[in-house]
Design a protein around this ligand. Structure first.
Ligand code: NAD
Length: 354
């Protein structure tokens, strides 16, 4: 086998372990931050306030306005708040929405971010930002938005409801799955991706039955960390493109959308990506990764029909047009026919054609 690759390494300080949030004051001091703006979603304001209280005078204020897919108006308001307070950094407490809002602030102001992730979405490891305006989600990469320090504390994830835990974990599996056939993958990325799929596939069924099991939570968060690094190291393909079009256009929930779409994209893409197929089959312990991801998610109670998540049947043409408008690298050429097949299957939630 000939070897040739470019590997993009992720540099971030990672502090991992049950109770790791107690180390936040020391981590803020390490960066010299004295006026942090703490951002979170409204539903997570109590947790953010509790975390903020442990940081004492290092916190300028708590801004509980984060919303999924980072609406442009929400981003603008948060930037103005950071400016008005003279914030010198952001602390994102929460999932991809809180981290996404901190990234929007960093993109405009250059403020450093400390992230305390509470879901498995993986945004904390990436330099990818996203903002949604008038039903269209724009994403880009900017090294300034990648959190400089990430504190992973599995104890903060025990409150994530089982259904959200499952779909968030599958969102992370999707990063690793697409990293395995990415045009800029590397042997190191592949090892990390396979390990992350294994950890999440092992942990999620345990969380479904016992959401407060901290060891299983730690295993899932470990898988999410690894998945986040693969997301940063590689270029994602059709699955991520399709999900972000669906999310931006119809405000569909992020993790559940990834969960419903992934089996159908894998069924198409793995035919043209034999090495990724083999690694995923091995990590999942199943010969057909697409069928396994569909059965796994369905067994854990995920909704597999995009129709049930809010995609209108007459929305398919608009989705297809927007996905085709900006071509992505993908193992299989992306045509309107390929897309229609994938979205139609996902809309109805029927098993993938493997
Ligand atoms: P989220 O952050 O929107 O969280 C979903 C809900 O769960 C929120 O109401 C939140 O308050 C609540 N929640 C979060 N953690 C909780 C916990 N531990 N206990 C109880 N409730 C909790 O969901 P998400 O899936 O993590 O993030 C989705 C967003 O992240 C999308 O906008 C997506 O595009 C973005 N994202 C970005 C990247 C990137 O690299 N830029 C990667 C993944 C996701």
């Amino acid at each position: 086998m000939s070897r040739a690759f470019v590997h993009h390494a992720v540099s971030a300080r990672v502090v991992f372990g049950a109770g790791a949030r107690a180390r936040l004051p020391e981590e803020a001091d390490r960066l010299g931050l004295r006026a942090l703006l703490v951002v979170c979603t409204p539903g997570h304001a109590d947790v953010a306030a509790e975390v903020a209280s442990t940081l004492g005078e290092r916190v300028a204020d708590v801004h509980p306005d984060a919303a999924m897919h980072v609406p442009a108006a929400v981003a603008a308001k948060a930037v103005a708040r950071a400016d008005a307070l003279g914030a010198d950094g952001c602390l994102a407490v929460g999932g991809g929405s809180a981290i996404g809002l901190a990234k929007a602030i960093a993109k405009d102001t250059g403020l450093p971010i400390i992230a305390l992730p509470t879901t498995y979405a993986g945004s904390e490891m990436t330099s990818v930002w996203g903002v949604t305006d008038a039903g269209c989600k724009t994403t880009g990469r900017d090294p300034r938005v990648r959190p400089v320090t990430v504190v992973y504390d599995p104890e903060l994830t025990v409150t994530l409801p089982p259904a959200a835990s499952i779909t968030s974990g599958i969102n992370a599996i999707a990063h690793s799955a697409e990293a395995l056939y990415a045009p800029d993958g590397s042997p190191l990325t592949a090892l990390v991706a396979a390990e992350s799929v294994q950890a999440l596939h092992r942990a999620l069924p345990l969380l479904a039955t016992n959401p407060t099991a901290v060891d299983a939570r730690a295993d899932a968060l470990y898988g999410a960390w690894l998945a986040g690094t693969t997301l940063e190291s590689t270029t994602m393909s059709l699955h991520h493109k399709l999900c972000h079009v669906l999310g931006g256009m119809f405000d569909l929930p992020h993790g559940p959308t990834h969960t419903a779409v992934l089996p159908h994209v894998l069924a198409v893409n793995l035919r043209a990506a034999p090495q990724a197929h083999a690694m995923l089959a091995d990590a999942l312990g199943a010969p057909d990764p697409a069928a396994e991801m569909f059965g796994f998610a369905a067994r854990l109670g995920a909704q597999m029909a995009l129709a049930d998540l809010g995609l209108p049947a007459d929305g398919l043409d608009a989705v297809i047009a927007q996905v085709l408008a900006a071509p992505y690298a993908n193992p299989v050429p992306v045509t309107a026919a390929v897309l229609r097949d994938i979205v139609q299957h996902a809309l109805l939630g029927v098993a993938p054609k493997s």
